[in-house]
Design a protein around this ligand. Structure first.
Ligand SMILES: [Zn+2]
Ligand SMILES: [Zn+2]
Length: 174
């Protein structure tokens, strides 16, 4: 067999992929032993693989960002309901409640689910389920709700800032 590139030379090796004959000079060009065409092909395949891997990684990252955003939106929607309920309750207790106070309670209401979430997260570190009685959970729920109103405000602000930054990252990714 002759070298594929140099027809005057005797082949000393063959391309590992396509089996073309290669002379000593051609055989030493690529490691493992490949002809130019196959070496270029393999390199291109590898580059494409790297590219699609990078794209998949980007896609996953973006999905995670979108998840963070939709989680925030869901929590705000929940908060709006709590806010309406809270304003309605306060208004029925104190009929001469000012508009500013209504707005304040509405804001507190929006924050409540954010505080509630943090408390639920903290709660997972304590084996509370051993207190399995009905009244424990009722009292616990009321305390948790009260605490949520306080913790909720910084939690809401923190999540709001985080979501704005997330949105900017999403925009940058395009
Ligand atoms: Zn080849
Ligand atoms: Zn050759």
């Amino acid at each position: 067999m002759k070298c594929f590139n140099h027809t005057e030379r005797e082949a000393v090796a063959t391309c590992q992929k396509c089996g073309k004959g290669l002379c000593r000079e051609c055989a030493e060009k690529h490691t493992p032993c490949l002809c130019d065409t196959c070496a270029a092909q393999i390199q291109q395949d590898r580059r494409q693989q790297d590219q699609s891997k990078e794209e998949r990684r980007k896609q996953k990252y973006k999905e995670a960002l979108v998840d963070t955003r939709s989680e925030f939106i869901k929590t705000v929607i929940g908060g709006i309901f709590v806010g309406i309920l809270l304003v309605w309750f306060m208004k029925s207790e104190y009929p001469d409640l000012t508009a500013a106070m209504c707005a304040y309670y509405f804001f507190i209401g929006i924050c409540v689910p954010f505080g509630w979430k943090i408390l639920t997260y903290l709660q997972s570190f304590f084996p509370l389920s051993i207190f399995g009685t009905f009244w424990f959970w009722i009292i616990y729920g009321v305390i948790k709700l009260g605490l949520s109103m306080f913790i909720g405000i910084p939690a809401f602000i923190y999540q709001l800032v985080k979501t704005i930054l997330t949105q900017r990252k999403i925009n940058r990714l395009g």
